[in-house]
Design a binder for this molecule. Structure first.
Ligand code: NDP
Ligand code: CU
Length: 468
């Protein structure tokens, strides 16, 4: 990477004839310096407020350093790049009255203080207009220019003019401001950088739980059971064969779980007869992480493909094929060709390949760079229609692979059915309910509910009366 230093800061966006806007930054720490560097680059003139008003070699070239109160006089926008614990001295600065104070601070823990840092600042300097911004951008990213993943700057504040001016700065710095409303949103904005993969947590835990459960289930049925009853040591199956069951099963169940909340929501709407009631929190959260669930499912499907491709080079498989050949040669008897088996094997492979292809297509269309170029209707079409088609193909792939083998009672071991039978439960439930929901009579009611029609007309007349 190109090694930039603070002294290289040169205006990039403003030409010399334009009057440079002055911005004041309180605090010459890591963040204050990085932001100052970026602002100088973008054509602002920067004045630092500091306890030590001597110019240090660490500060960007072209910036001025003054005492806090002197610096505050230079600009009506002051960025407070100081930790909340040191805000106290700001109460004594009368120069801050009427100015726009930008709170960039973060905390070490979620909900560390009763009120957000920005609200606390607003209490300390009640006559200033406090705007929360920049806290999700790191000093390192500002300095190195590595802002690709985090160009979004959440902005909130009670004074809309102040907020607008801060958003203009954000835009000039090449970042994307996202207006989050009043200062009440500051708490959420401050908690945001402290969250670790919030939307990925449920998919990760769920897939880990499914993998562990199905792994031990398969080991019990396919390794321990033969050992107990036939004294056969087939523990080697734990390396490839069993994972190659666990991964597709996990992928199929996760894919079904992407579509399950949608059908639950539809059933809830049908039952309540209105769309004007909130879904329970767990359902809301589940709906919000469907994309992540789908991507994790795609990862497992990919693993299944890799594990399947190595089957021909496995020692056990080569040994078995050779033995069959030798036995047939010795007995001079050829196994007869079974058209049914050929059909079954080819169709489950074809279903698997097509299912995987559509799965990958679904994954690609969920990427922001792709979903941004299709409209909402096209996105819904791909994610819903194509998604269900993928689920149908993958379920059929599993069904054909198992065939009647999984369902015959003789395959029960310790009363446990094959893991594939368990894997098919949720996908089949989702597909059956979906099939019922798209039947014209039910689909009509659902469409009307979604257009705002209330089934319980007495309720709606009462409502209208109370509105009057
Ligand atoms: N570092 C980062 O990547 C990010 C930081 N932030 C936020 O920016 C703010 C500044 O962070 P950062 O620059 O990393 O912190 P630093 O500790 O590096 O800098 C804090 C600055 O605050 C000033 N300050 C004023 N009063 C005091 C005091 N009593 N004791 C100590 N320092 C004081 C100091 O400047 P001086 O010596 O000039 O007076 C000091 O350099 C924090 O609120 C942080 O949460 C937000 C996003 C990212
Ligand atoms: Cu498969």
């Amino acid at each position: 990477m190109e090694n930039k230093t603070f002294t290289d800061a040169l205006p990039l966006t403003m030409n010399s004839s334009e009057k440079q806007e002055t911005v004041c930054i309180f605090g010459t720490g890591d963040f204050g310096r990085s932001l100052g560097f970026k602002m100088l680059q973008c054509g602002y003139s920067v004045v630092f407020g500091s306890r030590n008003s001597q110019m240090s070699s660490l500060l960007p070239h072209g910036a001025e350093v003054l005492s806090y109160s002197e610096a505050a006089k230079k600009s009506d926008i002051i960025i407070i790049a100081i930790h909340r614990e040191h805000y106290n001295f700001l109460t004594e600065l009368i120069e801050l009255n009427g100015k726009i104070l930008v709170d960039v601070s973060n905390n070490l823990k979620i909900n560390q203080y009763p009120e957000s840092n920005a609200e606390y600042l607003a209490q300390l300097v009640p006559r200033a207009h406090v705007v929360k911004a920049f806290n999700t951008i790191s000093a390192w990213a500002l300095q190195s220019g590595a802002l690709d993943a985090s160009r979004q700057v959440f902005v909130c504040g009670n004074d809309s003019e102040a907020k607008q001016r801060v958003m203009d700065i954000v835009r000039t710095l090449g970042l994307t401001p996202l207006d989050q409303g009043s200062l009440m949103a500051a708490n959420e904005i401050e908690n945001y950088p402290l969250q670790l993969f919030p939307m990925w947590r449920l998919p990760f835990y769920l897939s880990a739980a499914l993998c562990v459960f199905f792994f031990f289930y398969c080991v019990l049925r396919e390794v321990i059971y033969p050992y107990v009853y036939e004294k056969k040591d087939i523990t080697f199956r734990m390396a490839v064969s069993i994972p190659n069951r666990v991964f597709p099963i996990t992928a199929l169940i996760l894919l079904a779980l992407v579509y399950l909340p949608g059908v639950i929501a539809a059933i809830l709407q049908l039952y309540r007869g209105t769309k004007y009631r909130r879904f329970p929190d767990w359902l809301d959260h589940w709906m919000l992480c469907r994309k992540q669930l789908g991507l994790v499912a795609l990862g497992f499907a990919f693993l299944h493909v890799l594990y399947t491709l190595v089957i021909p080079i496995r020692y056990y498989v080569r040994w078995r094929l050779r033995n069959i050949n030798i036995t047939q040669a010795a007995s001079q008897k050829e196994n007869s060709f079974s058209t049914t088996s050929a059909w079954l094997s080819d169709s489950y492979l074809a279903l698997g390949i097509l299912g995987f292809f559509l799965f990958v297509l679904l994954g690609i269309t969920s990427l922001p760079s792709v979903s941004n170029i299709v409209n909402w209707r096209e996105f819904r079409f791909v994610q819903s229609k194509l998604g269900y088609l993928t689920l149908i193909l993958c379920t059929a792939h599993t069904l054909v692979y198992g065939g009647k083998r999984f369902l015959s009672p003789s395959i029960l071991r310790w009363f446990l059915p094959s893991a594939y039978v368990l894997a098919l439960i949720i996908p089949c439930i989702v597909l059956v309910i979906k099939f019922i929901l798209i039947m014209p009579c039910i689909d009509n009611i659902l469409t009307r509910i979604r257009q705002g029609w209330e089934r319980n007309s007495k309720y709606s007349t009462l409502n209208k009366k109370s509105d009057v």
